[in-house]
Design a protein around this ligand. Structure first.
Ligand code: 3HC
Length: 694
């Protein structure tokens, strides 16, 4: 429908005319990030529209998959190139002709700020809008914290800036963030809208609106209430508080002063380590999807039907991922009771989600309709992917894979959900090791975002590519790991557990160690985690053995939360309290081993438990068990809740200083008798003053 193309295309911004409406188009793949050339082009286009009497209105739109998805994050930390985004937004708002944003895809961050600078916003109904800066440890820094509450109201703005969550076009329309939702040709509708509003004056400027601030002005206590309600969610993060302060300024001060507060808060965040960590993590997550040494044109296998062996906690959770994504699942169990229990748990989980309003009853039924429970092993034969999720015993797994090899159709992918065992050994019992892969889900498998994709020595490239693509489809973040005991995540957990247990003998308590980890930002400490997962894991194979504190607890039936007793005592509501009996057991072991007990500082706990983890991470890297340091960080953030504002253990190690870590580890080994071997990579990098991550 465009008539004349005026501007050559090296500039990502081009203009064209439809009657007296100027159409400004951005074409900056993949996501129309607002890089310097886009910013410059936008300002030039608006100036052109302003100065041209033949132009009566302007439409700003984007080519490709999305409206502007924000500032160009790759420019952060580099010298600024003018014009700044705030200038661009102000230029749009100050245009003497009405400007309409035509939104499709995702209008995010700076992209939404550009839209807020426009006088009107129309969007397709599939569009999503949001200010995800908080996820990068930032705030909307181009007037967004000042304009958003004026347009969408203070409560909505607070929710959006602090969560970074996207809202649908419908919700955006309900709060006034979108003026019209259109169906069909977006550009055509946007131009029609521009023609409708061509003569409306004064132009509605977001920065000049005040009416939606009135309630909060009358009741400024809402900010503290908001802080209180969300305190748990914001724990440890700097950016949510800065976002709240900026919105508070929008309410308490005139626009011109509010934007100065916003700028100062933005610069404060931008120069901090948290934002650096979160920006690093944004790219780390995307890099994780890339598999080294595999041709780019490798085609994935089609996965239209999935089989799951085992309907227990893991198998059930795994099945739900596929059901939720619309992929049929056949789940196999050995007896009817276990099968019924498993399907019952899945249904109840879905119904609980529905009761929170996150699913409709119809969606629950649709998901459950895709499930085929079976007691017949042969019923799995037609599946394109089969995931074995039975207990961790090599012999059992081998038996299952031998059977799978006999019944599965050629080309089916055979996966194990093992969290420690050797995938190559499992693959070796089949005649098709190229089709075997590890798919290690984390518990609860329907919720945790991480998936370790374990690459066996013979795993075929297209199997890996299929696994990575499938992961995205079921909304997981996949990381490729090599075959080693515990892969990436659990392998690093082991040295941490060893040091934590040693610290108990030397004088620390479970409460102190857990508290230090929680204050560091982890969701729970090592002993809380042991109680949740089960203190008895691994102990049943030899219940006569009492070699350490954990064995002693297991032998007394202190198996963790499920028994209301583990490293802690638990009441009926599973609230923990320190256990005198556990202290006796610890004292007993310390005495037997002749350990002199002393006061342990919080700092020592961090160093002893986390430095050893970093050392193990470095070994994983040097052995090629992880493709890159950032993959290890992705595992820890998504698999174990490592605080994203610290980037992940390898990024954190870099901020701590590798030499400091090496010195700490040496002291640990020489003075505390800790038993571990150094990673040569860690030693080399420390000596050369290098880092693991960039
Ligand atoms: N800047 C630079 N590159 C970006 C980018 C951005 N804002 N957003 C995405 N990209 C890149 C990704 O790194 C990726 O590159 P790659 O192909 O080389 O790995 C590519 O674009 C595609 O991204 P995704 O793989 O994430 O594609 P999806 O289709 O899954 O998702 C998206 C698209 C929803 C737009 C998602 O990319 C996203 O959430 N982007 C970030 C949005 C954001 O955080 N915006 C705020 C930026 S900060 C800001 O605006 C500050 C301002 O207030 C001053």
């Amino acid at each position: 429908m465009t008539d004349v193309i005026d501007t050559p295309t090296i500039n990502p911004i081009s203009t064209s005319r439809h009657g007296d409406v100027m159409i400004v188009t951005s074409n900056n793949p993949p996501v129309n990030a607002l890089g310097a050339a886009v910013r410059k082009g936008l300002v030039a286009a608006i100036e052109e529209a302003d100065g041209d009497e033949g132009v009566q209105a302007v439409v700003i739109r984007c080519e490709g998959q999305t409206f502007f998805a924000g500032a160009d994050i790759t420019e952060f930390g580099k010298p600024p190139v003018m014009p700044w985004l705030p200038t661009v937004v102000d230029t749009i708002e100050n245009c003497s002709k009405p400007v309409v944003a035509a939104i499709h895809g995702t209008a995010l961050g700076g992209g939404l700020e550009v839209a807020l600078g426009c006088h009107y916003r129309v969007a397709v109904k599939e569009a999503k809008l949001g200010v995800p800066e908080v996820k990068l440890g930032l705030l909307p820094g181009a007037g967004g914290t000042q304009r958003l509450p004026r347009v969408a109201g203070v409560q909505k703005a607070l929710e959006m800036v602090t969560s970074g969550a996207m809202v649908s076009a419908r919700d955006a329309c309900d709060v006034g963030l979108i003026d019209r939702i259109v169906e069909g040709d977006l550009l055509q509708h946007a131009v029609a809208y521009a023609e409708e509003v061509r003569d409306v004056r004064p132009l509605p400027k977001s920065s000049e609106r005040d009416e939606k601030l009135a309630d909060a002005r009358a009741n400024p206590a809402i900010f503290d209430e908001f802080r209180k309600t969300n305190a748990r969610k914001f724990r440890g993060f700097e950016a949510p508080e800065a976002n709240i302060k900026a919105v508070e300024a929008a309410v308490a001060k005139p626009y011109a002063e509010g934007v100065i507060d916003e700028r100062n808060l933005f610069m404060g965040l931008m120069s901090g380590v948290q934002s650096r960590a979160q920006q690093y993590f944004f790219f780390a997550e995307r890099k994780a999807a890339k598999i080294e040494g595999i041709p780019d044109d490798t085609k994935p296998r089609a996965i239209n039907k999935v089989g799951v062996i085992g309907a227990g906690t893991m198998g059930g959770g795994i099945s739900m991922n596929f059901l939720s994504a619309g992929i049929p699942v056949t789940v196999f169990e050995l007896n009817q009771e276990a099968l019924d229990r498993g399907t019952g748990v899945m249904r109840r989980n879905y119904e609980a989600t529905a009761s929170k309003g996150r699913m409709t009853g119809e969606q629950v039924e649709r998901a459950m309709d895709l499930l085929t429970p079976t007691l017949e092993f042969d019923a799995l034969a037609g599946c394109d992917l089969i995931i074995e999720a039975v207990f961790e015993q090599m012999e059992v797994k081998k038996e299952i894979f031998t059977r799978l090899d006999k019944v599965m159709k050629p080309g089916a992918i055979l996966a194990s959900n093992t969290s420690y065992l050797n995938i190559d050994e499992i693959a070796a019992v089949t005649s098709r090791p190229q089709d075997v892969v590890g798919l290690h889900f984390f518990s609860p498998a329907n919720i945790m975002k991480l998936l370790e994709v374990v690459r066996g020595a013979k795993t075929a490239p297209d199997v890996l590519v299929t696994a990575m693509q499938l992961a995205k489809k079921i909304k997981k973040v996949a990381v490729v790991a090599g075959v080693c005991h515990g892969f990436i995540g659990n392998r690093m957990l082991m040295p941490r557990q060893v040091e934590a247990t040693k610290l108990l003998l030397e004088g620390a308590t479970p409460e102190q160690i857990d508290r230090v980890h929680v204050e560091f930002g982890m969701p729970m400490g090592p002993f809380q985690m042991a109680d949740l997962a089960g203190v008895d894991i691994g102990w049943h194979r030899d219940p006569t053995r009492i070699e350490n504190i954990r064995d002693a607890l297991a032998a007394e039936g202190r198996w963790g939360q499920k028994k209301q007793a583990g490293f802690y005592d638990y009441d009926d509501k599973r609230r923990p309290s320190p256990s005198p009996r556990v202290q006796e057991i610890i004292d007993d072991f310390a005495a037997k081993q002749g350990v002199t007990r002393r006061d342990i500082s919080d700092e020592e706990i961090i160093q002893r438990t986390l430095y050893t983890m970093v050392n193990e991470g470095a070994k994983i890297l040097e052995e090629g068990m992880a493709q890159r340091a950032s993959d290890i960080d992705v595992v820890w953030v998504y698999g174990y809740g490592w605080p994203v504002y610290r980037g992940g253990p390898m990024f954190w190690a870099d901020t701590e200083g590798l030499q400091k870590i090496v010195d700490g580890l040496r002291a640990q080994r020489d003075q505390m008798g800790s038993d571990f071997s150094f990673s040569q990579l860690l030693l080399d990098k420390a000596e050369k003053g290098e880092k693991f991550t960039r």
